[in-house]
Design a binder for this molecule. Structure first.
Ligand code: AMP
Ligand code: GLY
Length: 414
């Protein structure tokens, strides 16, 4: 099977390794890919904001399957263009991608599907912002209604800051604050059925102890030793299955990866957000643990269906730590040179924002590398990840030192 994977980040590097490891994958092409991916797959310089360029490449290589990594091409409807040409694609249609593209749309579908989420108002005027902020009280949660790369959300006790964010975004969703640990739970869907993956946790703030600005994600780990034992089953029943059924009933079936960002509150599980693609960096922790051959799995989701399919996992734990460039997330500095990347057993290094400038590897994005340690428990996985990342040098770069720390302590106590 010839596969075209679209994207260039750490998530795509992890997906590419997973696809490549499946013997059913005979040729792996990535558009545009990155220097890490170029070591084992064929990379093509494609502008992924152009549906036409993606479709032309899929046709040129006669792809049997196209897997779309990032949200932008999905929201742009590239999956529809490919399906029109009868090319199997793992990734939702433009209509279904609105679950990530519009927070208001996601809220409407959740309401119709009976899926638990924060109460909210969509607001467009100052009077509406103020009314909504005051009806919920602090802490205030204000979300840009459109795509914002994980950075359109402000959670604050400061009413003025909340109001300023609303004014800057214009159309916003203002919602109830959800208190409780956050979990990322992914489901792989063929449009009718959905397979829940094991849960992961992502660290969104730039600094240790969840201080600093919101980012795309500074680290992740899986599994979650502290999570309720029925979390997968519960999320499947309360969230994933009803969403797939509702999207189907609306005539816009969801084929692809449905990412449920959950808060486990005292009142039960609540959806914080949906994304319509694999999460980054959770994917860098999950894919190394997945035993089920990935290419075959995603091909089935895109074609005949997933009925009777089950996911199999290694019993190991994985901890992913992101190396970010100086100034991330507000003004990441590019161009810094990256020292040779260490090779340690049970560690995988994923390129997220790097380019080869002819002389060597340099940083080209906010999140530069993601380092995943694999071990028999979180403590061992953390040790390996941190031992490896501490050997990489990139001037001014930083990483969080507390990824999976609390969970590894809790695990020891069990
Ligand atoms: P989102 O882009 O919707 O994932 O939001 C980014 C982050 O903001 C989430 O991971 C949460 O940490 C936080 N957040 C979003 N919505 C809420 C909420 N209703 N209550 C508490 N925190 C929230
Ligand atoms: N891990 C957060 C995201 O992928 O949006």
């Amino acid at each position: 099977m010839k596969i075209l994977l679209v994207g260039s980040g750490g998530r795509e590097h992890a997906l590419a390794l997973g696809l490549h490891a499946d013997t059913a994958c005979t040729e792996l092409h990535v558009a545009p890919g990155n220097p890490g991916i170029a070591g084992f797959a064929q990379c093509h310089p494609v502008d992924i904001s152009s549906n036409a360029e993606i479709v032309a490449l899929a046709q040129k290589i006669a792809a049997d399957l196209v897997v779309i990594g990032p949200e932008l091409p999905l929201v742009n409807g590239v999956a529809d263009d490919l399906r029109r040409l009868k090319i199997p694609v793992f990734g939702p249609s433009k209509a279904a991608a609105q679950l990530e593209g519009s927070k208001t749309f996601a809220k409407e579908v959740m309401a119709d599907a009976g899926v638990p989420t924060a109460q909210s108002f969509t607001c467009t005027t100052r009077a509406e912002y103020e009314k909504a902020l005051d009806s919920f009280g602090a802490p205030y949660v204000v979300k840009d209604d459109g795509l914002a790369g994980g950075k359109g959300v402000v959670v604050t006790h400061n009413r003025q800051e909340a109001l300023d964010h609303a004014i800057a975004c214009e159309r916003v969703v203002i919602e109830e604050y959800l208190n409780g640990p956050e979990v990322s739970l992914f489901g792989i869907s063929d449009g009718n059925s959905i397979l829940a993956m094991q849960p992961a946790q992502d660290f969104k703030r730039a600094g240790d102890n969840d201080e600093g600005l919101n980012t795309g994600g500074m680290g992740a780990y899986s599994p979650l030793p502290w999570a309720p034992s029925d979390i997968v089953e519960d999320t499947y029943k309360q969230v994933l299955a009803p969403m797939i059924a509702e999207m189907n009933a609306r005539g816009t079936p969801f084929v692809g990866l449905l990412y449920a960002g959950l808060a486990l509150t005292d009142h039960g599980t609540r959806v914080i957000e949906f994304n319509v693609r694999f999460g980054d960096p959770e994917t860098q922790a999950l894919i190394p643990l997945l035993k089920t051959p990935l290419a075959t799995l995603l091909f089935k989701a895109a074609t005949d269906g997933l009925a009777d399919e089950v996911l199999e996992w290694k019993s190991d734990s994985a901890v992913t730590v992101v190396l970010a460039a100086e100034g991330y997330p507000s003004a990441p500095k590019s161009g810094g040179s990256i020292s040779s990347v260490p090779s340690i057993d049970n560690v995988q290094i994923f390129h997220a924002g790097t380019v080869n400038n002819g002389q060597g590897l340099v940083a080209s994005g906010g999140r530069v590398l993601a380092v995943t340690g694999i071990g028999s428990d979180l403590t061992e996985a953390r040790d390996r990840a941190y031992r490896s990342i501490s050997q990489i040098s990139l001037p001014g770069s930083f990483y969080r030192s507390d990824i999976a720390l609390n969970a590894s302590v809790a695990e020891k106590g069990n």
